[in-house]
Design a protein around this ligand. Structure first.
Ligand code: ADE
Length: 224
């Protein structure tokens, strides 16, 4: 898979792809992540990528031309399965959406900043608009990092234990059961005995029961 991310703050996206699972996925050649600095596509002598909003009001709007130039250049090199824009008024990201996107080959992500991008960019280029939750971020960069991370861990071969992504919360609409490691007793609190029993059938049953219990208590909406 290849992920291209367009941003006017490329530094914000350095760390999320430079460590841990996303880094290893790139080293293994399972995903390529390319960050594109929008300011390299402006012809403005101050490298501005935003301008005042027509109609007035607070906040700047990201201009059409640098974004259009950047997207056209990338589209000229390959076909994108989706061109994603991050915005609070997009469809709410969930595991189903990340599962679907993890099957794609080329994803292009556009990060908005300030008051967002000129509406015509959305109408002309964008195939999917995504929100990562009902709150407002300063820009789409953290949303792009969240989505990319959620997608990358689903790519076959990325996680060393192949079954690990399948037992994540939200797969099968269930939250994950509690997990424990050593020591078996801490502050008088003991690890559930079944987990020490070595009986894998019993352990699987316990995990299933706990996952269901936790989902009923915390997220009954997932079971509807
Ligand atoms: N940009 C600003 N807020 C956002 C959010 N909640 N989700 C995605 N992109 C955003």
């Amino acid at each position: 898979m290849r992920i291209d991310i367009i941003t006017c703050v490329p530094k914000l996206l350095e760390s999320p792809f430079a460590h841990s699972i996303t880094q290893r996925a790139q080293e293994k050649g399972l995903v390529e992540v390319h960050i594109h600095d929008l300011r390299e596509y402006t012809e403005d002598k101050h490298r501005a990528v935003d301008d005042y909003a027509f109609g007035g009001g607070a906040g700047m709007v990201m201009m059409i031309e640098p974004i259009a130039r950047c997207i056209e250049a990338l589209k000229g090199e390959r076909k994108y399965d989706e061109i994603i824009y991050f915005t609070p008024d997009g469809a709410r990201l969930d595991q189903k959406m990340t599962n679907t996107l993890s099957l794609q080959k080329n994803l292009l992500m556009l990060c908005g900043h300030y008051k967002g991008v000129d509406e015509r960019i959305r109408e002309y280029f964008i195939t999917k608009e995504i929100s990562i939750g009902d709150y407002v971020l300063s820009g789409g960069e953290l949303a792009a990092a969240v989505l990319s991370d959620a997608i990358i861990r689903l790519i076959p071969g990325v996680l060393s234990d192949e079954t690990s992504a399948l037992t994540d919360s939200f797969q099968d609409n269930l939250l994950a059961p509690p997990v424990y490691t050593r020591p078996a007793e801490w502050q008088g609190m003991e690890v559930p005995e079944v987990l020490l029993s070595g009986n894998h059938k019993k352990i699987d049953e316990w995990r299933e029961t706990e996952a269901l219990k936790r989902t009923k208590e915390r997220r009954p909406d997932l079971l509807e």
